[in-house]
Write a protein that binds this ligand. Structure first.
Ligand SMILES: [Zn+2]
Length: 255
């Protein structure tokens, strides 16, 4: 009897998750309303430096995300003037489950379910219900430290972004968050994972520029500014990025 109850409960939870994901897809792909994006700071390594940085975080730090999407949307004549609005949620005093490295499809699905459960349990935001929840894991900058991969989950509309604590890194952090946010809207990567070089032409901000190199900006899903056929640099802020036509198609801004 207990087993039947357990299985039934699990089925109900799975159905609710599936229905929630489906509704999120519909709501977030027709751009009929401004989507609410809540950013939850997390101290990834329990360092005092990241702790005091998080304590001083204010909404203007993440506002460039909304400005970027507003300006890019205008370029595609999107009817909705403000694609997103951003909210700074209270910090989360727990670290989310780490995504699997090169995980199998089953491992990724399992992690995604755990992540959604974790996000639901640690949601202390009391503002309007967000469409997308962005957990930003702040790391204290240290020489030679490279950040783990960030992830944007279309199913569940959750972003897990790794960022450096510190005012100097805010522009770069917003580039990472915008990239992952666009994954939740359906955009795909436009770089070669083996070399991190943007793919031509879809990963270039100005694929028709003459001369082609150096490019002045990065395509947001291409990730880097191509300087030559074999070199590319990470943009320091969203001012150095654009949202290209291939990405605009994927997120339903271009029909
Ligand atoms: Zn990506």
């Amino acid at each position: 009897m207990a087993k039947i109850v357990r299985v039934t409960l699990l089925l109900i939870v799975l159905l609710a998750v599936a229905q929630g994901a489906w509704k999120a897809h519909v709501r977030t792909s027709d751009w009929s309303e401004t989507l609410r994006v809540a950013v939850y700071p997390v101290n990834a390594g329990a360092s005092p430096a990241a702790d005091s940085y998080i304590g001083g975080l204010r909404r203007p730090v993440i506002e460039p995300l909304a400005v970027f999407l507003r300006e890019q949307a205008r370029g595609y004549n999107l009817r909705l003037a403000e694609p997103i609005e951003v909210y700074l949620a209270p910090r989360v005093n727990a670290v989310p489950p780490a995504p699997p490295r090169n995980g199998s499809a089953a491992e990724i699905v399992w992690w995604s379910l755990q992540m959604r459960w974790w996000a639901w349990r640690h949601d202390g935001f009391d503002g309007p219900r967000p469409h997308v929840r962005v957990f930003v894991l702040y790391h204290a900058p240290a020489a030679g430290l490279t950040l783990p991969h960030s992830t944007g989950l279309r199913a569940g509309m959750i972003v897990l972004a790794n960022a450096f604590a510190g005012a100097d890194n805010e522009g770069g952090n917003n580039v990472v968050i915008a990239h992952e946010l666009l994954h939740t809207f359906g955009a795909t990567d436009k770089y070669d994972p083996a070399t991190n070089l943007p793919l031509y032409p879809e990963g270039y901000a100005e694929p028709n520029a003459v001369p082609l190199f150096p490019q002045r900006r990065a395509e947001i899903m291409g990730g880097r500014i191509p300087l030559s056929r074999s070199e590319a640099e990470i943009p320091r802020s969203l001012d150095q990025t654009t949202l290209g036509a291939a990405t605009a198609h994927e997120i339903n801004w271009l029909k």
